[in-house]
Each structure stands twice: as C-alpha cells, then as structure tokens.
Design a protein around this ligand. Sequence first.
Ligand code: GLA
Length: 518
Amino acid sequence: MKRLTLLFPAALLAGVALLSYAQTNLTGYWMFRVPQANNDGTFRDSYFELKQDGAAITGRAIQGARETPISEGTFQGGALHFVVSTPGRGANATPNRTVYDGKLVDGKFTLTSAGRGNPVSGEFLRSSKEAATPPAPLPLPDLHDVKDNGLVRTPPMGWNSWNKFAGRVTDADVRGMADAMVASGMAKAGYVYVNIDDTWEGQSRDANGNITTNRKFPDMKALTAYVHSKGLKIGIYSSPGPKTCAGYEASYGHEEQDAKQFAAWGFDYLKYDWCSAGNIYKDTDMQAVYQKMGDALLKAGRPIVYSLCQYGRSDVWTWGAKVGGNLWRTTGDISDRWLSLDRIGFGPAVPGQRTQLDIASAMKPGHFNDPDMLEIGNGGMTDDEYRLHMSLWSLLSAPLLAGNDLRSMTDEIKSILMNVEVIAVNQDRAVNPPRKISEENGGMSVVLAKTLADGSVAVGLFNRGEEPALIPVSWKSLGIAAKTARDLWTHQAVAVSGDSYTATVPKHGVAMLKVSAK
Ligand code: GLA
C-alpha cells in the first residue's frame, strides 16, 4: 500500500509529462542557438521549419537561401531526433550526415548536432519565418564611378588574423602582432596594416543600431590607438549581408552607419566579404552592393582602404576600381597546402577559368588583384614553397598580408617575409603585369617576368614539379640588353656573359632574378 502511494504521484507526474509532450506540437519555425566555439559570448544560430504529425517529424533545415529536407524525424516522450543529409563533394563522395538529438525537459529544449566535427549543443528555441528566412534585397544605387581614395598606390602590406587564428583572434593577439611587426623588422621592411578579420562582432546591435564588439574585443578605440602608437595602421572586417561568413553580425541595412563607426573607432582598412549577401542579392548586383560601401567609406571621415572579398566572381577585376576598391579577391580561400598555393597561383582552378596572369593587366596603382593572404610560416608547406609563394605574389603585385603568428617566426621565415629585394619587386610603383616568358616540362617549369619602373626586369623561374629542375631563361626573351643581373634570394650577382642563364630549382621552388641594362 505504502509503495503504491509512493509510486502513484511519480506515475501521475510521468503521465502529466507524457501528456504535455503529446500536447506539445513542434510544428513551426525553430532556432538552434549554439555558443561560438571561441566562447566570445556570442552564438551561432541556425534555423529549421518542422511539421509534426503524431510522433513523426518532417520539415527542412534553412541555411540562408539553401533548404535541406530533414529525414528520420521523430518526437516521442520529449525526445526529438532528425537527420540532415547534404551531398558530399565529388562524384563518389558519401553524403554529409548530421544527426540532431533534442530533449524537452521542463519546457526547456536542448539540442545536440553530431556531424563530421565535434558534436555541438545549444538551446532549441521557437522562432519565426521572418527570422529564419533571408531579408529582402535593399534597393540598390545606380552605378557610377566612385572617386579614387588615393590610398595604397603600391600593394598593401601587413598582416591579417584569419589564416592563423580564424575565430580565436583577440585584442591581445592584435596588440601582440603590432608589437612583433615592429620588433621583428617587418614594419621597417614595409608591412603596415594589422588587420582583424571575422569574429570581432557582438551578438546584436545596440539600441541605436550601432554595431558592437564581443568580449574578445572590449575596446576598439583603445586598440586602434595602440596600433597607431606603434606607427602602424589597423583594419577591420564586415559583410554586405546580415551575417559574416562565420555567422556574426554584419552590415546589411547599416552600411553608412557601420562605415562611420569604423572610422570613429579609428580603422584604416575594411575587408568587405560577400558571405550571406549571397542569400539576398544576385551576383549581378555585386557591383552596386560594393559601390554602396565604397561611397559610404568616402563619407566616413577617415581614409579607409577598401578591400573587396567576393572570391573573384562576376569578373570583379573589370569593376573593382569603379566601386572605389583598392583590392579585390580573385579566388576562393587559400589554405596552407602546396595544392592550394599552386592552384591559386598558377591556376586555373577550374578548366576554362582565368588565371592570375590572365587578369594581371586589370591592375593599376591603387587597385590590385588579391589572390588571398600569405600562408608563409604557418607550417603546412616547405620553405621552398613559401619562397615560391612570396616570389609569385611579388611578381603579381599582390597584397602582401602575412597570415602567420609574427611573435614566433623562425629565422628562415623572417628571411622570406623580409626579403627586401623581393618586396621591392612587389612594391614597384609601375604595377606592370607580369608576362609568361616560357612554360616547359609539361607546364611544370614556368618563367614569368615583370618590367619594373626603372626599366629593369624581375624574373621568376618557378618549378611546380615534383623533382628538382633545370630552368633556363635567355636574356633575349626578356626584351632587355642584360648588363647586370642579381639573384634576389641568394643576394648575389649573376654572370650575364652568355646568352642565357639556367637555374637549378628545387621541387616546388623558385629562383628570382633582377636583370638590368645598366
Ligand atoms: C571568407 C573569406 C576569408 C575569411 C573568412 C572569415 O571565407 O574568404 O578570407 O575572411 O570568410 O569568415
């Protein structure tokens, strides 16, 4: 009897709970709110629309403009389970399967998703169609030519946080990088900009619509003042969409307000990354969308270098300068691997696409193609590969934005990033496009040359192959009566007595010369 009375309330409670689960109908919009991995106090939100019929759950995951049906959905006794499968990349790839398991306890719903990476957990909250679906495109301005801001007549040099730190970058890291840029000699070698990439942003705007920072960046004004006190400049990052690529607050609908805020904080450089704008606008809108920020920056009250990042779509090199852009990305993201460097540098990534060389003549002082930041010193490539990286970016007049930890560089990495003779080729004020002198050995031995402002010619002898190669270049092919030549990596004179020069170039390596008629 005693046992029964004890059991009775428990059974009753369980019954009530079951009843409330039964009454809970999950039909509607939901938001899965996961704390960002870097613990900066912000969340990454993703959305679902669910339909419940008995214990069966159907519906879709909404990722911007992409909708994926969910499968295997059930909701029983407060336990939710469903799966989102997206096709794997490549012909025979297995699908990416993410399994979601949730639990509704005392009115609080928690969800865990397990896919390829570590499982993540967060709250599962009722949401709305408006929150789940991308906003409408904003009216776009008519096209016009934005006035040249007169900045960076030679390719910008500096550092950017993304390649090494990604979402982990903090105020302290940025200060540390500014210190190291000076202490290592990089500032003397020409590096100036210390650029914060994605993940500085706060969860939401303040009451006046001003963009805020998260707890990794407690005081932007103090940070910019610190970097300026070192004689350096500092950059920031945003997107024309509602969210950045890492899911943080961005500039959609606040373009002028954000430009003013960046200027008021003291920033000198903005990287403006397409990201979620792709859920709202078409690629053919890009020029107008980027023009809007170009105009806003000119009115912001401070000279700000404008860096476009839309992965080289819509032939950006034909209109990047017109929207006020000082540089524009020409490719997808680089990674610290030879294959990535080789594909971006020599391309094309996709047969038929243009290579960096094909579009090099689009550049002029103040307006540069940007094949992405440097990976030099990040550890995934050999020093030969990093030398090739530095040489190719210099011949291409590409921005030199180091992407490594400047506080802990080997002497070899320092000698690569601070090779002032190679940097001089990068910073040559004529910004002439390099030309292909020869391509042999099945495309693996490539000779490129760029005529410099003083009439001398910088030459790169590149070995993309897997074995050391002998790579020749005839003086005649350079269109110059060679009188002197210098090896820019050994820092020694090269004899010009014969008709040509042949370098022994290691696998994935480079030899670089400067040839003069004087
Ligand atoms: C995109 C850009 C990268 C970096 C990340 C940040 O992938 O191409 O350079 O800015 O976004 O989220």
